[in-house]
Design a protein around this ligand. Structure first.
Ligand SMILES: Cc1cc2nc3c(=O)[nH]c(=O)nc-3n(C[C@H](O)[C@H](O)[C@H](O)COP(=O)(O)OP(=O)(O)OC[C@H]3O[C@@H](n4cnc5c(N)ncnc54)[C@H](O)[C@@H]3O)c2cc1C
Length: 528
């Protein structure tokens, strides 16, 4: 393996593996690779998780609707992965129950492989699915992935179950199944932190500008996006995990003429004031063949999404358009007793799925499975397409199964069940951790302690240190965000701006006003 320290100021630093992109796939690969004994450097041109990996629906899920596309390999892998990941990060992920109301107006996409088979053998269904067929799909979902922690599917009578109270009276029957929640952008940062703790170099606000292969080594030029300063690093292998920019890196940075392409599919979400009082989610099947979720979010809100829209260029910042927001309001209003209107919307966000272009006819039908393409023009380069937050760890293992033999690294997978930073406690241990934290730090109220444990797990104690009063944590920025926490985020979690803190490391942006965010930004700019 290569020494990762430069010999003198003239010799560029040399590493085994250079990763472009600090989304979930880049950070997951960097962590896995460094744990196999490789020297690793990762660059991210903005903040970690600043693109797709902070804009997901935030589910560790098998993907119930992919059963319609017979994507059994993907669904099975993701179902198994839910519980593996839950065990490794019980602070930032947790089980959730999903209520799927059943009714006769539900229509499934006519273009799915399942629809095509059914229109041959049961033409009278015309896009509908009888209750027994949905039950069968959920049976498969329950059993395909060896569920141990998560409870099984059950039927609900919406006339008596509290989940039925907010729904229109025509919904009398539902199924309730399990999946999990994950704080997506925290997952990315924790992977980066763990990679760094194991020896990787993580450089944010650093863009990969060019990569050329000379004498079997990549010469990668990077640019600090704040100062414009350029640096060259040499690497034995390159990973292109640039998400929506994967094709730009292939053609613009590496200068390859590989034929693979990416299909950019925008997905938008709206966040409304809280629409219901229980902690379960809704899975709504539309009359247009699409589905959306309505999920309890950040205590006081409901998250509704997503859409599927073609997106032209990665450089066009994805935004949730008014027509997408209206579509989501109308879709949800078809289910809730009280219509959801644009006035209920307090925040919107949007992200771009970097899907492998498999020539599918519609954005909804394009495969969500990941595709890894290894090229070897003198030295290996691995291009990453697609993938899910849920399958990032398996994607990293797959990437390493291609790269480890070429780099002489360990071929033994090691990440399953290894705790993420702050996640070194029992999978059902969150309540005990919150209780113990409140005992040691009596000035914390339940909401504050819960937020700290759900964000930092066992690391919450390091942030609070020997404080005996809230004042000991320094300046307050509103919503129980203190100087001690912001300093931790700057020193240990790569946060540089208020935006990093309030929209990615936390979601406190929902609880702070504009003036508070501006003053946090000013404080961070001057912090030493
Ligand atoms: C609306 C929506 C909902 C989703 N919901 C779910 C879900 O609930 N569950 C699930 O499992 N999956 C979900 N996904 C899928 C999942 O979010 C993505 O597959 C995943 O986040 C992609 O991660 P990535 O690392 O490949 O890309 P990204 O997160 O986009 O990371 C790529 C990074 O590369 C950086 N970069 C690009 N070019 C350069 C360069 N030249 N130099 C340096 N850095 C560069 C970018 O700044 C970016 O941060 C959803 C996706 C969307 C869009």
């Amino acid at each position: 393996m290569f020494e990762s320290i430069p010999m003198d100021s003239q010799t560029p630093k040399t590493v085994d593996l250079f990763v472009i992109g600090g989304g979930i796939n880049g950070c997951g690969i960097a962590r896995d690779a460094v744990g196999r004994g490789l020297s690793v450097e990762l660059v991210e041109m903005n903040d970690l998780a600043s693109a797709t990996s902070s804009a997901s629906t935030k589910l560790f899920h098998g993907g119930l609707r992919y059963l319609e596309y017979f994507e059994l390999r993907l669904v099975r892998e993701a179902l198994i992965e839910r519980e593996t990941l839950l065990r490794a990060m019980p602070h930032i992920s947790w089980p959730m129950r999903f209520v799927l109301p059943f009714h006769k107006d539900m229509r499934f996409d006519a273009e799915t492989p399942a629809s095509r088979v059914l229109s041959g053998v049961m033409p009278w269904l015309k896009g509908r699915r009888p209750a027994w067929m949905i039950r069968m799909g959920l049976f498969l979902y329950d059993h395909l992935g060896g569920r141990k922690i998560l409870p099984a599917t059950r039927s609900l009578d919406l006339r008596t179950d509290p989940a039925g109270q907010v729904l229109d009276d025509r919904f009398e029957k539902a199924f309730e199944y399990s999946d999990c929640w994950v704080q997506d952008s925290r997952l990315v940062v924790l992977n980066a932190r763990d990679a760094e703790a194991r020896g990787a170099t993580i450089r944010t606000r650093t863009r990969a500008v060019s990569a050329e292969c000379t004498n079997g080594l990549w010469q990668i030029v990077t640019e600090d996006t704040q100062t414009g300063e350029q640096t060259t690093t040499q690497a034995r292998a390159l990973v292109n995990a640039a998400g929506p920019w994967v094709e730009n890196v292939i053609r613009g940075v590496v200068g390859s003429n590989a034929k693979e392409g990416v299909r950019l599919v925008r997905g938008s979400h709206i966040v409304t004031k809280r629409l219901f009082d229980h902690d379960r989610c809704y899975f709504f099947q539309g009359q247009d063949g699409r589905i959306i979720f309505a999920i309890p979010y950040e205590r006081d809100f409901t998250l509704i999404g997503t859409t599927d829209q073609q997106h032209v260029s990665p450089d066009e910042k994805p935004t949730c358009t008014d027509s997408e927001a209206q579509y989501l309001c109308d879709f949800a209003s078809g289910y809730f007793k009280t219509p959801v209107t644009m006035d209920d919307v307090v925040w919107r966000y949007s992200g771009v799925r970097p899907l492998y272009d498999d020539g599918a006819s519609s954005a909804t039908a394009a495969t969500r499975d990941y595709v890894l393409k290894l090229e070897n023009p003198g030295a290996p380069v691995l291009n990453v397409f697609g993938g899910k937050i849920t399958t990032y760890r398996r994607l990293a293992e797959s990437a390493m199964s291609k790269l480890a033999p070429l780099l002489g690294a360990s071929e033994e997978n090691w990440t399953a069940g290894v705790a993420m930073p702050g996640g070194d406690f029992a999978v059902d241990g969150v309540d005990a951790l919150i209780g113990a934290l409140m005992q040691t730090y009596p000035f914390l109220d339940l909401n504050w302690a819960t937020r700290l444990v759900r964000t930092y797990g066992t690391d919450a104690r390091i942030i609070l240190g020997d404080a005996t009063t809230a004042q000991d944590l320094g300046q307050g920025f509103g919503a129980a965000l203190t100087e001690a926490e912001v300093r931790w985020l700057m020193q240990r979690e790569y946060a540089c701006s208020a935006e990093d803190v309030v929209w990615r490391r936390t979601k406190l942006g929902l609880h702070l006003n504009e003036a508070q965010i501006v003053s946090l930004d000013a404080w961070m700019a001057g912090a030493v």
